[in-house]
Design a binder for this molecule. Structure first.
Ligand SMILES: Cc1cc2nc3c(=O)[nH]c(=O)nc-3n(C[C@H](O)[C@H](O)[C@H](O)COP(=O)(O)O)c2cc1C
Length: 406
């Protein structure tokens, strides 16, 4: 919970109905360890009392630019400088306009011009005010000037019968944004490179038909994204899927197992490779260059040939990544098959998942994984594929860290 410990936050409370939510915001920020210095505009004091704000912050509330005692050492500049972040919540239409213009005729205005800390605004106003061209213009200008925004959201307004965009973001939504700015997630895989395969392969029979499987690519794509979020530079080798290409990585599109192996080899060397794709074990031995026709002499015989085993090839490759991880999609004897794959394929870990139709894993949103290594078996609970991906990225980071430069 102490995600913001040692962080000093200056909170400017503006004059809008949503000012009452800022009382809760103070509490939420302090719960996470932040020290909150409140600054109230003159209008804000019409909506919430300095007494309540000061009691919740357990600090003095500042509001007057011309405070004789504070300004003996030019207090507004001190306030502007000694904080890690300035939040304006609620940010009124008026305050946004004043900052665009650079007005500094009150304490909040002077602080916003003098600070070098990031500024986060949580606008709150009537939908008509928010959609007014002047506010639209000011919003865009402030974004260009480097101000960060959270909200506003849609919903009922304080004014009876009014709804639309203009509601201040909820305190926890603002806290999440504050955490993203001040305590960005760790990137334990920064400087590492990863290859991930995902989706099915299509093995052509003739120009219009192919052998495929039900893999959606959701788990593989989620793993590529989790590794990227952990800081790795990722090459995603994807079979035909209907998912969009994730941002922030190199994506290679392939169709067949042979092409997938070629793309993986071209992406070597890498620190880690995760083979999630459901690669067809067999292809049609001789793909027909013309559409196979019904001849009236019965069904054609399809002779199959074995595809390259991508996991085993890379597991024994001259440029083998330090960490090689495979998936074992099984319907029977899950553990036994995973253990035997581990040794045969030269993998460091096999993620075994039961893809029996009853479980709905293939193409579904969740996955129940058993992580099999030479050291033993870790049973993971049923997780959303994105959560399973995050857990795997953390496991990879710990494992690579342990192996040093592996
Ligand atoms: C009852 C009442 C509610 C108001 N609510 C809002 C509001 O939600 N958003 C807004 O931008 N202005 C609102 N205003 C207008 C602001 O209080 C006014 O523009 C003020 O100058 C803002 O000053 P400040 O940004 O320094 O706090 C409201 C005014 C009144 C009288």
């Amino acid at each position: 919970m102490s995600t913001l410990s040692d962080k000093r936050i200056l909170l400017v409370i503006g004059g809008g109905i949503a000012a009452y939510k800022s009382l809760d915001l103070i509490r939420r920020l302090r719960e996470r360890g932040a020290a909150v210095t409140p600054v109230m505009t003159a209008a804000a004091a019409e909506f919430v009392t300095p007494l309540a704000v000061g009691a919740l912050a357990a600090r003095r509330v500042y509001s007057d630019l011309f405070d004789r005692e504070d300004e003996q050492d030019v207090g507004h500049i001190r306030l502007a400088r000694e904080h890690d972040l300035v939040i304006v919540a609620p940010a009124t239409a008026d305050r946004m306009a004043r900052l665009v213009t650079g007005l500094a005729d009150d304490l909040a205005g002077a602080i916003l011009l003098a600070t070098r800390a990031p500024v986060l605004m949580a606008p709150a106003m009537n939908p008509a005010m928010w959609s007014h061209t002047a506010t639209r213009r000011n919003h865009l200008q402030l974004i260009e000037d480097g101000v960060r925004f959270v909200g506003p959201g849609k919903g009922e307004m304080a004014e009876k019968g009014e709804a639309g965009t203009g509601r201040m973001a909820e305190p926890l939504g603002i806290v999440a944004e504050v955490e993203a700015i001040l305590a960005p997630p760790a990137r334990p895989l920064a400087g590492r490179s990863a290859i991930v395969t995902s989706g099915p392969t299509h093995e052509p029979i003739d120009p219009v038909r192919y052998i495929a499987n039900r893999s959606s690519g959701r788990q593989g794509h989620a793993i590529a994204e989790a590794l990227r979020d952990a800081g790795a530079s990722v090459t995603l080798v994807s079979g035909p899927v209907s998912l969009p290409d994730p941002d922030g990585m190199v994506v290679r599109h392939v169709e067949t197992a042979g092409q997938m192996l070629g793309a993986v080899e071209a992406a070597l060397p890498a620190d880690v490779a995760v083979f999630v794709a459901a690669v067809a074990d067999w292809r049609v031995a001789t793909e027909s260059s013309r559409k196979i026709k019904k001849t009236g002499e019965g069904a054609p015989a399809l002779a199959l040939a074995e595809n390259p085993d991508i996991l085993a090839t890379i597991g024994h490759h001259a440029e083998r990544p330090g960490l090689v991880i495979g998936f074992a999609a099984e319907t029977d004897d899950l553990l036994e098959n995973a253990r035997s794959k581990l040794a045969r394929k030269g993998a460091d870990a096999i993620l075994a998942n039961d893809v029996s139709p009853a479980g709905g894993v293939m193409g579904g949103a969740d996955n129940t994984i058993r992580l099999v290594t030479a050291e033993g078996v870790e049973d993971w609970p049923t997780l959303a594929k994105s959560a399973a991906a995050k857990r795997l990225a953390a496991w990879i980071a710990a494992r690579l860290g342990r192996k040093g430069s592996a």
